[in-house]
Design a protein around this ligand. Structure first.
Ligand code: ZN
Length: 370
């Protein structure tokens, strides 16, 4: 076996600033009443914890370390004998954090009930976990601190917060932490702006780059791969406007699995095409006029138009599409001409600053009312 030379060992294994952060995290852990397998918080996580107000909206990119931070802030009052509550969008979303908490708190757990998702600690404090699939979850409880994880994904967040959760904090003058990655301009967005008018609120914004354990090169690679909008939302944690304009879009224009042409035999199938620009996807969408909904789609970011056209033709043949409306702006024009040579029922549509707004308004009205 080879032994490392002294020269190798003299090189620092971790960068200096990371050592300092780890040391700081260790001192922080020492301050808590009971020694637990506490995970060292990285500097951005610590910054949030140290600067928290009574109500906190934390938006951050994927893999920032939000769950670890939220577990950390939740544990604290429970170790001091207080009741605390963890809320998540669905029951399934609570599973990983339940496992983590059971592991981290092992030495101080008096009893735990997986079905009720309740952990009682030797300190006298306890943790309850709730799924907000039922927006009334937690009603009637009292807590010293609550955490809403993946807050941007909670469907009735405003109702749950204003009518149910807020009241659980009155008896013990409790505080609250909402964590999430932006998902359009929904209620989580509003919570992130509460501090502008309410002094007891604070907003935090960190990107995935702020997690020192994620290699920057990986994120730079993602920046090159992902459409700009997706990167800005998921990694940079920006509130991206597009997509939030339609309140009901999930119910009427998204499907988990495409239908089959057999399910719509004899129906009128129409299609739309939005060609990819520089950092975007080409999207083909098929709708059934009889059923009034989306039935199939394709999206791809190959810039090779021969491949794009091949995909287009395959979808056309499969569904026997009656009529296509195709974006004709700049990049679309040559494609449309070629497809028209192939005798396909295609009409170009020029999306301009004048033609777009009335379309959007009409789609919005139809989607919001269905
Ligand atoms: Zn149909």
């Amino acid at each position: 076996m080879q032994t490392a030379s002294t020269e190798q060992w003299s090189k620092p294994l971790v960068p200096d600033w990371l050592n300092r952060a780890a040391a700081e995290a260790w001192r922080e852990a020492q301050r808590t009443a009971v020694l637990l397998p506490l995970l060292a918080l990285h500097p951005a996580q610590l910054a949030i914890k140290r600067n928290a107000a009574r109500f906190n909206a934390i938006r951050c990119g994927r893999r920032f370390g939000k769950d670890v931070l939220l577990q950390d802030v939740l544990i604290e009052p429970a170790l001091h004998g207080q009741p605390v509550g963890w809320f998540a969008p669905t029951y399934k979303d609570t599973a990983d954090n339940w496992r983590d908490l059971i592991f981290r708190l092992a030495s101080v757990i008096k009893a735990s009930n997986k079905t009720e998702k309740r952990i009682d600690l030797t300190s006298g404090g306890w943790i309850e976990m709730w799924s907000l699939e039922d927006p009334d979850s937690g009603r009637g409880r009292k807590y010293k601190r609550i955490v809403v994880n993946e807050a941007s994904k909670v469907r009735e967040l405003q109702y749950s917060w204003e009518y149910v959760i807020r009241a659980t904090l009155t008896d013990l003058a409790g505080d609250a932490f909402f964590g999430g990655t932006p998902k359009g301009l929904n209620y989580f967005y509003r919570l992130c702006r509460q501090h502008e008018t309410h002094p007891d609120w604070r907003a935090f914004h960190f990107t995935t780059y702020d997690n020192p354990f994620i290699p920057r090169a990986e994120l730079d690679a993602l920046r090159a791969e992902l459409p700009d909008r997706v990167f800005r939302q998921e990694i940079m944690a920006e509130f991206v406007e597009d997509g939030a304009y339609f309140q009901n879009v999930g119910a009427c224009a998204t499907i988990a699995e495409p239908d089959t042409p057999e399910q719509h035999a004899g129906h009128v199938i129409v299609g739309g095409v939005d060609w990819a620009k520089k950092d975007d996807y080409t999207v083909l969408t098929l709708g059934c006029q009889n059923c009034n909904r989306v039935v199939d789609w394709q999206w791809f970011n190959e810039i090779d138009y021969h491949l794009q056209r091949a995909r287009f033709l395959a979808l056309h043949e499969r569904w026997g599409v009656l009529y296509w409306l195709v974006e004709s702006n700049s990049i679309g024009e040559p494609n449309i001409e070629e497809l028209q040579y192939a005798d396909l029922p295609i009409e170009g549509f020029d999306m301009t600053p004048t033609s777009k707004p009335p379309l959007i308004t009409s789609i919005r009205r139809r989607i919001n009312s269905s």
